[in-house]
Design a protein around this ligand. Structure first.
Ligand SMILES: Nc1ncnc2c1ncn2[C@@H]1O[C@H](COP(=O)(O)OP(=O)(O)OP(=O)(O)O)[C@@H](O)[C@H]1O
Ligand SMILES: [Mg+2]
Length: 239
């Protein structure tokens, strides 16, 4: 991919007090690219997503959007077209599926536009269309993850940030979630960064992969090449 990246992290460092969670991280995301972000617990994966979305301040380095430095703040990043789906399927349990989607689309001011988005998103998730009037807390874990994904899509994002979308789901449901992620990327051409522990499944669908270790990029590049290399064993198993 030769064109200018949509989003870049340049030499990004994040400190939480004395903890150096990220240390000089460089990551590029191009339009329509599906990027896997992997690494052991505590490597700094969630922090990468939080730094992009402006949830955690940068100690050093820059976030670059279409070639220009930005100071990330969540509502501004959302307006640019960045959607963040955090770890842990945080849906509003007492609200219906449809109400959850409405909240996802809250920055879409035009009512007709918001309605059209909701229609689009429900086409992508037939199960949510069927259960649109159900309280989200009544849904299964997999369905709640679909609500969280669908809610992120309400802003019609250019980049979707997904933090461990398969966590705690049964293998069959994990497969469905991955198929949805692939579909979103292929059909809507949305760039996606997915943090995942399910390494084989994510490398199967990602074009590019980064492996984080102790706040640094251990390796980044073509997902197929990384899948075949011994870097994963080295980082995860200390081989
Ligand atoms: N709010 C915080 N305050 C202090 N330390 C934090 C905070 N958030 C994260 N950390 C620390 O920063 C480091 C990176 O955390 P991060 O959550 O980014 O890791 P991760 O790769 O997402 O891990 P996991 O796979 O367990 O989700 C860890 O050492 C963690 O303990
Ligand atoms: Mg995490």
């Amino acid at each position: 991919m030769q064109n200018e990246p949509l989003l870049q992290l340049k030499n990004v460092s994040v400190h939480y007090g004395g903890v150096h969670a990220l240390d000089g991280v460089d990551i590029d995301i191009h339009e329509g690219e599906l990027v896997a972000l992997m690494g052991p617990n505590g490597a700094g994966k969630s922090t990468v997503l939080k730094a992009i979305f402006g949830i955690t301040p940068l100690h050093a380095g820059h976030i670059i959007w279409r070639g220009e430095k930005v100071i990330p703040v969540p509502h501004k990043m959302a307006r640019k077209g960045v959607a963040f789906v955090p770890q842990g399927r945080r849906v509003f349990q007492s609200l219906t599926v449809e109400e959850n989607l409405d909240i996802g689309g809250i920055i879409v001011k035009d009512k007709d536009e918001r309605h059209a988005r909701k229609h689009d998103v429900m086409e992508l998730f037939p199960v949510l269309k069927r259960k649109r009037n159900m309280k989200s807390g009544m849904l299964s874990g997999g369905e709640q993850q679909m609500v969280a994904l669908a809610r992120g899509l309400m802003i019609d994002p250019k980049v979707l940030l997904l933090d461990e979308p398969s966590l705690g789901l049964a293998p069959k449901i994990v497969k469905e979630v991955f198929e949805k992620i692939r579909e979103i990327n292929e059909v809507k051409h949305t760039a996606i960064i997915v943090v995942e522990h399910n390494i084989r499944s994510i490398l199967d669908i990602a074009q590019t992969a980064y492996v984080l270790d102790k706040g640094k990029i251990a390796v980044g590049g073509d997902a197929d090449v990384i899948a075949k290399s011994d870097i994963l064993g080295k980082v995860f198993l200390g081989k």
